[in-house]
Design a protein. Structure first.
Length: 414
């Protein structure tokens, strides 16, 4: 047992562990600058995170593989149960509340879905030539995504799109990703541009592609026709879906992307968050105002600055240099996850590692895009930085499950 523990400690990738600790520490001091009260609570969540890490290392990766289907079913029932027993917070029934403790089952779903996708792909190595398995995997991804979306929590449901990048690494053709990205683009522009203009350009693109390629097979012709009809339908239903299914605050957050938040008409209502977010980041200039000297942060002008908008504090107090350093450091962290994923001998570990890296990457991109006005405010936290036990625990568990799998992958004795 002692020998096993020594080998295990030796095989742990301590570089990524140190990066994790540095990120937790830097996130904590920024949170402390925003709110002393929130920082004190976060310290409790951090303490429990280390307990979860110890528990993770008590078990072998084979145990986690074995319980993966059961765990996925468990989180599925939690997502169903939240509609009946969950608490409505900020217009979404996304939380279970037990006295002072609350958690989002959507955070657990990121873990269970990552494990389940890795489990299915590891059982069927080539998903490119196995359409049946690919359909199963897409259903596994869509189930939690849909249940989270109708809570309604569209922001958290979008995170599940990160699994497309994992599937691409495992052989999914790139046109699936291009189709997904173009569908999102079409959905957004359909809200502000006339349907007839969009239909005209879609038709022109279709004609150019359809008639520029000679000797197209009948199947290919039907494929291009199907795509055109599909994009045509998206451009029709997007405005209807936007009006009927999204809450007013969701509509406002999307609409403000096409408005000027500095305009008097918007700066005191739907554009308030974005206005002061940009103000805080811009006021930091090159080197920042200094730790705990941010006037926008101290004045608490930015709502939810301890969660979704924590990067405002980085921009204001640490400036452009600090922000760029933070971004480079964060990308190095994600790159390290990809590096460890690529060296896995076990297919399960590789897929799971890529799923974690992609989830964190999408969180990172969307969160920074939100605070800078590139993406709408959709409640996406910055992993390891934003306040909250549920998100910190879920990302910690995801990361250290993978670190445990990686340590075992280097030595099957573990």
């Amino acid at each position: 047992m002692i020998k096993r523990n020594r080998i295990l400690l030796k095989n742990i990738d301590w570089k990524i562990v140190m990066i994790y600790i540095i990120m937790i520490f830097f996130g904590y001091i920024n949170l402390y600058s925003v709110s002393h009260e929130k920082a004190e609570k976060q310290l409790v969540w951090i303490f429990f995170s280390f307990i979860f890490i110890l528990i993770i290392f008590l078990f072998k990766p084979s145990h986690y593989k074995y319980i993966t289907p059961i765990f996925f079913l468990f989180t599925f029932f939690l997502l169903i149960g939240v509609f009946f027993f969950g608490k409505n917070i900020n217009g979404a029934r996304s939380w279970y509340v037990f006295g002072p403790i609350s958690f989002q089952p959507s955070e657990l779903s990121k873990i269970s879905t990552s494990l389940m996708v890795a489990h299915l792909i590891s059982q069927n190595n080539n998903i490119k030539n196995n359409k049946k398995v690919l359909v199963y995997i897409l259903i596994i991804i869509m189930i939690p995504s849909f249940l989270i979306f109708v809570q309604p929590d569209p922001g958290s449901s979008i995170i599940f799109s990160s699994f497309i990048l994992t599937l691409y690494r495992e052989g999914l053709p790139i046109y699936f990703i291009l189709y997904f990205l173009f569908s999102i683009f079409l959905f957004i522009i359909s809200l502000n541009i006339s349907f007839w203009i969009i239909a005209f350009f879609l038709f022109c693109i279709f004609v150019i592609i359809f008639f520029s390629k000679k000797n197209l097979s009948l199947l290919k012709r039907f494929y291009y026709i199907f795509l055109f009809i599909n994009f045509f339908i998206i451009s029709i239903i997007s405005p209807f879906f936007f009006k009927k299914f999204l809450k007013q605050h969701h509509k406002d957050r999307i609409n403000i992307l096409f408005k000027n938040e500095f305009d008097k008409k918007y700066r005191d209502n739907v554009g308030y968050n974005l206005l002061y977010s940009k103000t805080a980041i811009g006021s930091g200039k090159l080197f920042g105002k200094g730790y705990k000297k941010g006037t926008v942060t101290k004045g608490k002008f930015v709502p939810e600055q301890h969660t979704d908008y924590i990067f405002c504090t980085v921009g204001e107090e640490w400036g452009f240099v600090g922000s760029v350093t933070f971004i480079i450091f964060y990308l190095l962290f994600i790159s390290r996850i990809y590096f460890l994923s690529e060296r896995q001998k076990d297919h399960f570990g590789r897929v799971f590692g890529y799923s974690i890296g992609n989830i964190i990457l999408v969180h990172f991109i969307i969160n920074l895009g939100m605070v800078m006005g590139i993406f709408p405010t959709i409640g996406i936290v910055l992993p390891f930085f934003s306040y909250g036990g549920s998100s910190l625990w879920s990302f910690t568990i995801l990361l250290f499950l993978f670190i445990r799998i990686d340590a075992s992958d280097q030595n099957t004795f573990l």
